[in-house]
Design a protein around this ligand. Structure first.
Ligand code: DGJ
Length: 320
């Protein structure tokens, strides 16, 4: 199917693996969105090397990080694999190691697009954050290094870019027991040494953050591997905390399993209604390529976030 013959997509079915403008399944799992010069870029794990019909775990392989572009957050064009996995078994990005949860932010000072991602050994004991850079949002990204932020383990990482240009790395540290928030250096390529540990002993992962009406809000999950669990939420006056837990923001049927999903990112402004939009993955191991997406607008009620199931993205965009 060529781009010229494909119809514009009006909506996607929440819970399913969505399709791009070429009719291919979108491979941007554990992903995040960058808005740059009016274009949305969706970066995520390309799991096409984990198809339904692969016989045996060792044949499955990482492809790397894929990127999709869109001007409406609905119709997505595959830009390409912007950070490919490699065949060198000593490299962080080896095809049989772990490459998860890439996030990209733009640094106006250096004019670089900076990607951080979770790199790990197959048993998740390496627990490091990798850093890559590009001159264009479409890549290619150049892998620089990996680190344990401030000397601590890092799994299930994400980035948060604040309105003042300060950027933060957030990851699960100490065998996932604690959540570590590290301020990044001005070039966003390293940690600055300023850090805090939040949610002690709460075993969280899948962190996603948004600033809303002057405060900072988080959605995350508990630790149950690829299986869904009840989402967590929290609020803070300043990004380094203290953070106050607010419980599961999901409401209604299947809320205790986050509608089958696990958080990955919050888009600060959705289309039409401009509400922040929470992005979730519906993991389907071992055929991770078939994993689905759930995107839901966040509403605020009585000082808490609320997420209600809707069958489609973007759903009803006429809400006041
Ligand atoms: C849950 C994490 O959120 C995923 O990114 C992945 O690491 C799985 N665990 C692996 O079991």
């Amino acid at each position: 199917m060529s781009l010229s013959t494909i119809e514009q997509v009006k909506m996607h079915e929440n819970g399913e693996c969505w399709r791009d403008q070429a009719g291919q399944s979108i491979q941007a799992h554990g992903g995040g969105i960058l808005l740059h010069d009016g274009v949305y870029y969706w970066y995520g794990e390309d799991r096409s090397g984990y198809p339904l019909d692969t016989d045996g775990q060792r044949k499955r392989r990482n492809v790397g990080v894929s990127c999709y572009s869109s001007t409406d957050l609905v119709n997505w064009t595959h830009v390409g694999v912007v950070l490919p996995a490699v065949d060198d078994p000593t490299h962080d990005l080896h095809i049989h190691r772990v490459i998860e949860r890439p996030k990209v932010i733009y640094n106006p000072g250096t004019k670089q697009f900076v990607m951080w991602l979770h790199v790990d050994s197959p048993d998740y004991s390496y627990a490091r954050a990798g850093v890559a850079v590009a001159d264009s949002p479409a890549g290619p990204f150049r892998y620089l290094h990996s680190l344990r932020p401030n000397g601590f383990m890092s799994r299930d990482q994400t980035l948060f870019l604040d309105v003042d240009g300060q950027a933060y790395h957030i990851g699960a540290s100490d065998e996932n027991a604690n959540t570590m928030i590290s301020r990044l250096t001005d070039d966003y390529l390293n940690v600055s040494g300023d850090f805090c540990k939040a949610f002690p002993g709460r075993y969280m992962e899948a962190f996603a953050f948004v600033r809303h009406e002057g405060r900072y809000w988080m959605i995350a999950s508990g630790c149950t591997g690829w299986k869904p669990n009840a989402a967590r939420s929290a609020v803070a006056e300043t990004f380094m905390g203290p953070w106050e837990e607010l419980g599961n923001p999901c409401v209604g049927e299947n809320a205790d399993l986050t509608f089958g999903g696990q958080s990955t990112f919050i888009i600060p402004q959705g289309p039409a209604t401009h509400e922040p939009v929470a992005m979730f993955d519906v993991w389907r191991p071992p055929a991770l390529a078939t994993s689905g997406y759930v995107w839901l607008p966040i509403r605020w009620k009585n000082g808490r976030m609320e997420l209600h199931w809707q069958p489609n993205w973007p759903g009803d965009t006429k809400r006041p």
